[in-house]
Design a protein around this ligand. Sequence first.
Ligand SMILES: Nc1nc2c(ncn2[C@@H]2O[C@H](COP(=O)(O)OP(=O)(O)OP(=O)(O)O)[C@@H](O)[C@H]2O)c(=O)[nH]1
Ligand SMILES: [Mg+2]
Length: 473
Amino acid sequence: MRLSLDDTIIAPATVPGSGAIALIRVSGPKAFEFTDAVVRFRKGNAASSEGYSIHFGTVFTQNGRELDDVLVSIFRAPHSYTGEDCTEISCHASRYITGEIIRLFIDAGARYAEPGEFTRRAFTAGKMDLAQAEAVADLIAAGTEAAHRAAFMQLRGGFSSELRQMRSELVELVSLLELELDFSEEDVEFADRGRLNALLDSLRAHVAGLTDSFRLGNAIRNGVPAAIVGAANTGKSTLLNALIGEDRAIVSDIAGTTRDTVEDTVNIGGILFRFIDTAGIRDTSDVIEKLGIERTFKRISEAEIILAVLDADSDEHKISEECREVLRHISIPSQKLVFLLNKADIADKNRYNKNVIAINKIVLSIENQIKVFTISAKTGQGLPELKKHLSDMESQLISDTDATFVTNFRHYQALGAAALSLDEAAAALASGEPTDLVAELLRAALSHLGSITGDITTDEILETIFSKFCVGK
Ligand SMILES: Nc1nc2c(ncn2[C@@H]2O[C@H](COP(=O)(O)OP(=O)(O)OP(=O)(O)O)[C@@H](O)[C@H]2O)c(=O)[nH]1
Ligand SMILES: [Mg+2]
């Protein structure tokens, strides 16, 4: 779809029908003309107002009835979000009022904006690059401190400037090689191979660092995946409900209650966790439960943290076997494990003590810091300590450093493609391949990196990105 910049667009910037005030955004060459057609200013009009000024006015319906008193903010090109002439109309947040005002603008000649069209215009006007435009959506969606930090850093251009720096290093590399190409007849090597290799190596390390940060970046955005696993009836679903603070999963004293995985996110200490309740592990002939247990193992393999729930009131041999079963399915240290001795409120003291000894024996045999907590998912005992431990384990997600996290899958893919081209270029250079092949590979890397900020892009890519935005953004 071609979106003409000649159109003046309009959309609500707030959710209609909620809150006290609604904001309607107008942008384009006729923003002031249309605003004057719809709003009667107390003094003057939009066309003659200065930028960054605000005006009181009244909107009348087509048949001259007063609709609402409004405030109009004026932004003159290029000093606006979109870089165009813009007005923002604050009215009472009634669905009826906002709907009528928008209708009056459309009757005057404005067009209802497409999703993300305001931000797309900002990108087109060079107000922000593509990575920054995408950060606008992330910033609005950010529900935790960690997500906010990552989005804000990207919006401020931190990620973009890192990319720019890498691109200029790449341009330098390519131009060194191209100089050589120009004189290839004379068989001279202009570029110092040692310097070329060093530059290439530092670029590869930089790209690899960014690619690696996606694991954390993804956790920031979608929640750190923490799988709640264990034998049937140990209290996994009760724990999920306690952690997220609502009755999300069905709890019963019948073993095999949970069949499918149930998950939800919760903010603990500024970090978003995604807790996944799974089907209890046990031998069963029930076909559906079996499928559920297969799913449990899949979720264990994908999780960052595994919360292994054990029944503190059960037999020590059974507990030991359950611990070993969990350990068979995870890879330490890339995955973090926490053992939870649940049902502490009803556990027999003697049995509980034996279980603690049995678990500690297993934990001590592994060269890794595995924590053991005694909890009661039912009464909440031990849960504050568990939560503290969870947020401590992931505290690097909100560290004070200005390190860039790649949070966007599109960026991750582009970085991966760039890394591949750089690896190939390094290999080609090492094996003495022709200079033009090396230069070609470096140019490919350059264009992959350029696609992140939108220096190199297509309408199709823009369409896909901005269509995910809401109208009014
Ligand atoms: N006293 C006590 N009972 C608990 C505790 N946690 C869970 N229960 C009870 O244990 C039973 C099983 O709890 P669930 O949360 O359904 O256990 P589950 O591990 O999800 O079970 P499956 O889904 O069948 O694998 C229920 O009757 C719970 O009320 C606890 O900390 N203390
Ligand atoms: Mg359950």
